[in-house]
Write a protein that binds this ligand. Structure first.
Ligand code: ADP
Ligand code: 3PG
Ligand code: MG
Length: 405
């Protein structure tokens, strides 16, 4: 079996090149959540890029260009998605002036000699239609701005776009930033050299989007804990009537196959034994705890119940490596968040190596106030999921390879 982590681990890192006097373009992922007034609600991704940016500053790069996307703009400029929203926070974090550049041409028109020691932040790269299309002409224009390309946008590394993928075809020196390396090392610790037993905890809303993950990861785990809406489909597959709960009927057979695969790999499976059920998700009047065989007509399973929490906590306490992807319930609503938040605390307080992949799961542990106690919280949502699925992430594909020995 080709191992995706081993392959991604072979890329050359920023540490292996000399940036002194060089024009350095860093692809970062500053796609951060913001409120309606454009206040950044979680700047983890900006902070995570600081080691790479500071390293280039400290090692005398001639100048630094920071390139990122923000959101999913459809037709060119859209003020909701301008990276101007990020500029101040970035300046505060690196304690240096950051010059905002509206577009590539303005940046190109700068006299290179005058740019010494300057840091530029380029406007949202997705305002250019060539970005998402991975247009080689656009990649070439971006590439012409630098001598060294550093990809540190782990959160974007499952995409094949011009600034995180195509550009590498046109730059001689292309390396991984420190965040990219750190993410791979963290996952390697959980998947390549884990202290077993290893538990995978999965939840969230869709079996369909996580099914590849379950099959490919099976040989690397000892226990599989399933909660959230994911477990509804599994429970239905086992003959329980989940009533109005979110179930994916097309995946009942797949759920049965997963349970069979688990048996073949000697993986113990833990499903909820009780659930929090509600008569409505948006305007609940009745909220109860019910054993899995007693979900009431018209009710939705919205969280794991207290007996399940106890069961899952015991599994956690007996595991040395824990990989968690997917909340245990509709954690965005306070009445339905207890299972997810308490599980977060149990994992945070355990002695296990604990790693989180998944945008909503990372958000949930942050809201639970436990984020700092996890061994590693990935900055990738989709990217970490695809990594766990065993894929080689495109963002690593075209980077230089480390010299042997
Ligand atoms: P991640 O982003 O961490 O990979 P997902 O996107 O797969 O996680 O799942 C998160 C979503 O799953 C949340 O919006 C949450 O409300 C939803 N969810 C969890 N449990 C349930 C449930 N029982 N019924 C409906 N939605 C659920
Ligand atoms: C993310 O938030 O997952 C990354 O920044 C990628 O964004 P995208 O899903 O819009 O490509
Ligand atoms: Mg999600």
């Amino acid at each position: 079996m080709i191992n995706n982590i081993v392959i991604m681990n072979r890329v050359k890192s920023l540490r292996n090149v000399n940036v002194s006097g060089k024009r350095v373009l860093i692809r970062v992922d500053f796609n951060v959540p913001m409120d309606a007034q454009f206040n950044i609600s979680d700047d983890s991704r900006i902070r995570a890029a600081l080691p790479t940016i500071n390293y280039c500053i400290d090692n005398d790069a001639h100048f630094i260009i920071l390139v990122s996307h923000l959101g999913r703009p459809k037709n060119g400029y859209d003020e909701r998605y301008t990276l101007k929203h990020i500029q101040k926070r970035l300046e505060n974090l690196i304690q240096k002036r950051v010059e905002f550049m509206d577009d590539l041409e303005t940046l190109k028109s700068q006299n290179v000699q005058d740019c010494a020691k300057r840091i530029f932040l380029l406007e949202n790269v997705r305002f250019n239609e060539g970005e998402k299309k991975n247009d080689p002409e656009f990649s070439k224009r971006l590439a012409s701005l630098c001598d060294i390309y550093v990809n540190d946008a782990f959160g974007t590394s499952h995409r094949r776009e011009a600034s995180n993928y195509g550009i590498a075809d046109f730059v001689k020196t292309k390396v991984a930033g420190f965040l990219m390396v750190k993410e791979i090392e963290a996952f390697a610790k959980a998947l390549e050299k884990p202290i077993r037993p290893t538990a995978l905890i999965v939840g969230g809303s869709k079996v369909s989007s996580k099914i590849t993950l379950l099959s490919s990861i099976m040989p690397k785990i000892d226990k599989l804990v399933i909660g959230g809406a994911m477990s509804n489909t599994f429970l239905q597959a086992l003959g329980y009537d989940m009533k109005a709960s979110l179930v994916e009927p097309d995946f009942i057979e797949t759920a049965k196959e997963v349970l069979e695969e688990a048996k073949q790999h000697n993986v113990s499976v833990y499903l909820p034994v009780d659930l929090v059920i509600a008569d409505s998700i948006d305007h609940p009047v009745v909220i109860e705890v019910a054993p899995i065989q007693d979900v009431l007509d018209g009710f939705h399973a919205v969280d794991i119940g207290p007996a399940t929490l106890k069961l899952f906590s015991e599994v956690i306490e007996l595991s040395n490596t824990i990989i968690w992807n997917g909340p245990m319930g509709i954690y965005e609503k306070s009445q339905f968040s207890k299972g997810t938040f308490k599980l977060a605390t149990t994992i945070a307080d355990s002695y296990a190596y604990s790693i989180i992949g998944g945008g909503d799961t990372a958000d949930a542990v942050e809201k639970a106030g436990e984020k700092d106690k996890f061994s590693f919280v990935s900055t990738g949502g989709g990217a970490s999921l695809e990594l766990l699925e065993g894929k080689i992430l495109p963002g690593f594909e075209k980077l230089d390879i480390k010299e042997e020995g």
